[in-house]
Ligand binder design. Structure first.
Ligand code: P53
Length: 476
């Protein structure tokens, strides 16, 4: 093979809470993701260190309006169609379907919204790829059950997923259960609606919540295949291999340990059981979750069909506590790799690391992969027409698509598709800023929520259009 497979799925990816807005329209309920403010408190809210259970007057909450995609999706999908997207990865806001999370009946207006949106996609020949939960948890379930700490969440998630599978069985084929499921260990309020009280055993609670999500994922994979055997069910990992800081075996070991924190999740999703290293470590530390006998049966019998992941950067690890102390406060922390340049937000740029990560995943599992996020968050300076000459974004994507092509054509990695993160500018998950832009489409809105919300094409728009039209042959 000299290029990408003929049916390769090119496209872009968004998440409901980062673009839809309309947070309380048509019966939508309040969700954890609505309550993440911009500014210095955001991190503590996302990690569950700081309680934020209702809006207050001191903070600005960018998810409330997002980029107003709820009202503008037709225009946005038309632009995706113009770029030639074959696939659009998006997520469903749980609270549009079940505003509280534990109701008997779903909210018809929420279902209708997504049905219309999927129909709009198909009008342009775009296949939807749906994330069932992209950091999304109804606040009623957080307040009543403690989010994914509680085993009851499995039932609510099952019910929610079943409604989606039944309603959209002829409109959607590709599904992901939980976005970046490993983020639960780093940002549990964002990943699982879990916040902490002073005396909580945080590690124990995180692994308990992770177990519940893993079991829920296997359970709905089972249900999905019963409802439509053609459904393709995937897991989703925040990817990026960890390099040792030096060839000191202690650093190599440390890097392996840090990778295991992430690959634990795909190991369970793909192989269907807790890997030996995790069983040993969790038992040794007294962190092994409470389980039911049927859990292990479910995990075993219903592994995922494919593995999806996000890739922005590789990471570095060191066994030296002095060096490790230098780590900055990012949600997914990493040491600075002296061989790499970084984005304006300090995310290190490593296209070869992308090829390495693709190979790690394929070597480990031999299952089809799907890259569902990759891109560069950067400050854009539009001219008076909203045009941005974003050569830096094109350069980032070009080098990463080339690395991905190498993984496919030279290494033989089985890859289903590629969706760039934020094909249209949207709210940053990590910082809440609008100014951290990923799009091919510029959105006139700033970090304080000012702006016309008007959409305009950047230079990268036509560039990506050509990449898709030539199936990745022309990258210049
Ligand atoms: P932003 C870091 C922090 C939060 C979410 O991130 C993250 C990551 C990176 O792994 O994960 C994904 O917006 C996530 C998206 C998010 C994207 O990375 O902080 O799935 O929701 O927007 C980019 O620049």
């Amino acid at each position: 093979m000299t290029g990408f497979p003929e049916n390769f799925l090119w496209g872009g990816a968004t998440a409901a809470n980062q673009c839809e807005g309309a947070w309380n329209e048509d019966g939508r309920g309040l969700a954890n993701v609505d309550l993440a403010p911009t500014g210095s408190d955001r991190r503590a809210v996302l990690t569950g260190e700081q309680k934020m259970l209702a809006f207050d007057d001191e903070h600005y909450y960018p998810a409330k309006e997002g980029i107003d995609m709820y009202h503008r999706y037709k225009e946005d999908i038309r632009l995706f169609g113009e770029m030639g997207f074959k696939v659009y990865r998006m997520s469903i806001a749980w609270t549009r379907i079940f505003p509280k999370g534990d109701e008997e009946e779903p909210n018809e207006k929420g279902l209708q919204f997504y049905e219309d949106l999927f129909n709009e996609c198909h009008r342009y020949g775009i296949e939807p790829l749906v994330t069932i939960s992209h950091f999304d948890c109804p606040m009623h379930l957080v307040n009543t059950y403690g989010g994914w700490r509680s085993r009851k969440m499995i039932d609510f998630f099952e019910k929610y997923s079943r409604v989606l599978f039944e309603r959209f069985k002829n409109l959607v084929k590709y599904w992901l259960t939980f976005n970046e499921i490993n983020m639960i260990l780093h940002a549990p309020f964002m990943g699982a609606g879990v916040y902490f009280e002073a005396n909580d055993s945080r590690e124990k609670i995180k692994y308990q919540a992770a177990h519940h999500e893993l079991v829920a994922s296997a359970l709905v994979t089972k249900i999905a295949h019963e409802i439509n055997p053609d459904f393709q069910m995937g897991c989703m990992l925040a990817g990026g291999d960890t390099y040792p800081m030096t060839c000191d075996p202690k650093d190599v070991w440390q890097a392996k340990l840090e990778d295991r924190n992430n690959y634990f999740f795909t190991d369970v999703h793909v192989r269907g059981y807790y890997p030996a290293y995790a069983v040993k470590e969790l038992e040794r530390k007294g962190l092994f979750p409470e389980t039911q006998p049927e859990d292990f049966q479910l995990l075993k019998e219903y592994p995922v069909d494919f593995i999806s992941f996000s890739y922005y950067s590789s990471r570095c690890a060191s066994a030296d506590p002095e060096i490790s102390k230098l780590t900055d406060g990012n949600v997914l922390a990493s040491l600075k790799n002296p061989y790499l340049e970084a984005s304006e937000w300090g995310w290190q740029i490593d296209p070869l690391g992308f090829r390495i990560t693709l190979n790690t995943l394929y070597d480990r599992y031999q299952k089809p992969l799907f890259v569902v996020e990759n891109g560069l968050g950067a400050v854009d300076k539009p001219d008076e027409n909203g045009y941005v000459e974003d050569n830096y974004r094109i350069a980032y994507l070009r080098s990463h698509i080339q690395a991905m092509k190498d993984a496919v054509t030279l290494d033989g990695v089985d890859l289903l598709g590629y969706t760039t993160w934020g094909p249209i500018d949207l709210v940053s998950a990590g910082t809440g800023e609008m100014s951290k832009r990923y799009g091919f489409i510029y959105v006139d809105r700033d970090d304080q929520g000012m702006g016309s919300l008007k959409r305009s094409k950047k230079k990268s728009f036509d560039w990506y259009k050509q990449v898709i039209a030539t199936n990745g042959e022309v990258l210049n």
